[in-house]
Design a protein around this ligand. Structure first.
Ligand SMILES: [Zn+2]
Length: 323
């Protein structure tokens, strides 16, 4: 019992450290022998796991049509009319709509087996030049990759879901950003880029001068995406993530991507790059799928409607027809 209690305490210490505050004892970094991805600072499943993330998606070298599946969102919960939280935690820029990382945003659908995944936070991975995505497509990096982190609602929190031992305790939606033109607008990314904290912060900063609408980062109807089972991409690389990674990048202003190159770490040094190298796929299967007709709700309780049951029937027919 005592051992269990200590283990639980240790877990939360690590979880809190990796999420919000910096500690020199278990600091990891992305370059160098002392603290980089092949150093002991990347412990646990980072070294021993068999289903690690990120990976390279080789599939679209020959781009076949994907299977059409349901992927739905409670969109109202990805919108905060007044204020949001942002933090430079020394490893990334993390944004959430509530301080306690619990929102009403949720995703569900294909592969999620009747449960909903609650939106907790969004954070970014970038490079020193335009090669900062964690996942790659046919070996190619995009400039930035953002992760919308969700946890299975039955666990009540990110920390509980990550430590549950459930291989699908977490669901992360990965979205690539490409360098478009200065005329490319994205409501969510433009707002975050306007409030990018360049220096390390102990605690999330509450932005009160602007709301934040993250729905412009969610996949549109017909969007192709990859699905596979993997891990967190930061220590301890817990293998509890069902990944959904969109194939097509969102074009954003190059000047906004450039701002990330000025982000400093806890020591006041430019963070440089913060993506983990791709990991072996092993015997895992990567599915290439397409988001079906939009069933997203803007509020209310999850319940199948006549329309959604009709769509499900059509999707099954399509599946049977195409297989
Ligand atoms: Zn990430």
């Amino acid at each position: 019992m005592v051992r269990y209690f200590i283990a639980t305490l240790l877990f939360f210490a690590v979880a809190v450290t990796s999420q919000s505050t910096w500690s020199s004892d278990d600091e990891f970094c992305y370059q160098g022998d002392d603290c980089g991805p092949s150093s002991p600072k990347w412990a646990g499943e980072c070294q021993t796991g068999a289903r690690q993330s990120p990976i390279d998606f080789k599939y679209p070298l020959v781009r076949k049509p994907g299977k059409v599946v349901d992927l739905s969102f409670e969109t109202a919960g990805y919108q905060a009319a007044s204020g949001f939280w942002v933090q430079n935690n020394g490893h990334t820029i993390q944004v959430s709509l509530t301080e306690e990382l619990r929102s009403e945003g949720a995703m569900w659908g294909y592969g999620m087996e009747g449960t909903k995944y609650i939106f907790a936070q969004i954070h970014f991975h970038w490079g020193e030049v335009d090669d900062g995505s964690e996942h790659t497509v046919a070996g190619k990096h995009w400039p930035v990759e953002l992760h919308l982190v969700h946890y299975d609602q039955k666990y009540g929190s990110f920390a509980n879901a990550a430590s549950s031992g459930d291989p699908k305790g977490l669901s992360v939606l990965g979205v690539f950003l490409s360098a478009g033109s200065e005329f490319d607008e994205n409501l969510a990314f433009d707002t975050i880029a306007d409030h990018l904290p360049l220096s390390y912060q102990d605690h999330p900063e509450h932005i009160t001068t602007s709301g934040l609408d993250l729905t412009s980062l969610l996949p549109k109807e017909g969007a192709p995406f990859f699905r596979y089972m993997g891990s967190l991409t930061t220590p301890n690389c817990t293998e509890a993530v069902e990944w959904t990674v969109l194939l097509d990048p969102i074009p954003v202003k190059p000047s906004e991507i450039k701002k990330f190159h000025d982000v400093l770490d806890h020591a006041g040094v430019p963070m440089g790059l913060n993506f983990r190298p791709v990991q072996p796929l092993g015997d895992r299967v990567v599915e290439f799928l397409v988001r079906g007709a939009d069933q997203t709700r803007t509020g209310g309780v999850s319940r199948p409607t006549a329309a959604s049951m009709g769509l499900l029937f059509c999707t099954i027919l399509h599946f049977l027809w195409s297989n």
